[in-house]
Design a protein around this ligand. Structure first.
Ligand SMILES: [Fe+2]
Ligand SMILES: [Fe+2]
Length: 286
């Protein structure tokens, strides 16, 4: 894929991964890692530690106000949940880089958060084994837009203008201008930084979930697709077109999300996003 290669070679302004993300990725990468390794990383970041404790003491886990140590949190929530929640927080930290962009960053992160919390809610409804994984995937799914827009602001402005005209979806317009899309560039970034395969799959195929054939990531990719659609319809943050070219109803059926459960997710979406914004500290410095 020559175009992607050309683009990434020129892309100088890659989003800086917070140090904590890099450390967490090492733990994700190492199959021998244990709860104590994650605990150590989390303890090194005061705000992350208190956020995790706040989360585990939320009504969802049913231990309101009684968990005071990270060790205990890992026991209650499970190693994977804590690991992925920490990953979600660390990705959200990128929202505080404060760079000037042709993208409306506040709306961008609101959308990413919307997809993350929406996907997590769907995950709970369909009994996805680790809903926190979907939260992290949602936060990361459109990261390629930041890379493209920060590296090629003038060209990206053109893309945005075209999309505002309402004829094309953003990735089609990106393909015309760059010969690649934010999904491919994002996947490259996730691969370079050794994000876990399921997150990479979600970034790569969130516009075309049926392209995802690798067994264990199929459900995650489809869930991100549905959450992306719901956020677009509900006007959560700045959405990127992605106009329902694979029927959302069909994808919902494939992942086992009933109409009733979908309505429940939609009904809670706005308030969950507002809560999560506060929780993740997104847009606090604006
Ligand atoms: Fe996208
Ligand atoms: Fe999106």
């Amino acid at each position: 894929m020559a175009d992607l290669e050309v683009i990434v070679k020129k892309a100088k302004n890659l989003p800086a991964l917070p140090q904590i993300t890099t450390k967490l990725l090492e733990v994700f990468d190492d199959s021998k890692s244990q709860a104590k390794d994650v605990g150590k990383i989390i303890e090194g970041d005061q705000s992350l530690a208190s956020q995790i404790l706040k989360q585990v003491n939320s009504p969802f886990y049913g231990f309101s106000g009684r968990i005071s140590s990270l060790k205990h949190a890992v026991v209650i929530m499970g190693f994977n949940a804590v690991k992925n929640l920490a990953m979600g927080f660390s990705i959200a930290k990128m929202s505080r880089n404060g760079t000037v962009s042709v993208l409306d960053m506040e709306k961008f992160w609101e959308h990413s958060l919307g997809v993350g919390v929406g996907a997590r809610s769907i995950g709970k409804e369909i009994e996805y084994p680790c809903p926190e994984e979907l939260l992290a995937a949602g936060l990361l799914h459109d990261i390629g837009k930041i890379i493209l827009s920060d590296s090629f602001p003038e060209e990206y402005r053109k893309v945005l203008e075209e999309v505002e005209g309402g004829v094309e979806e953003i990735y089609q317009s990106e393909n015309k201008v760059f010969g690649t899309s934010h999904a491919e560039v994002g996947e490259w970034f996730a691969r370079e930084n050794r994000f876990p395969p399921v997150l990479r799959a979600c970034v790569k195929n969130h516009h075309a979930p049926s392209n995802q054939s690798l067994g264990e990531s199929v459900k995650a990719v489809k869930t991100i697709y549905v959450a992306d659609q719901l956020c677009r319809v509900e006007g959560i943050g700045w959405s990127d077109g992605n106009r329902n070219h694979e029927k959302t109803e069909d994808v919902c059926k494939e992942i086992g999300l009933t109409d009733e459960a979908r309505e429940k997710v939609i009904g809670n979406l706005r308030s969950e996003v507002d809560e999560a914004k506060e929780f993740f500290g997104i847009n606090k410095n604006k």
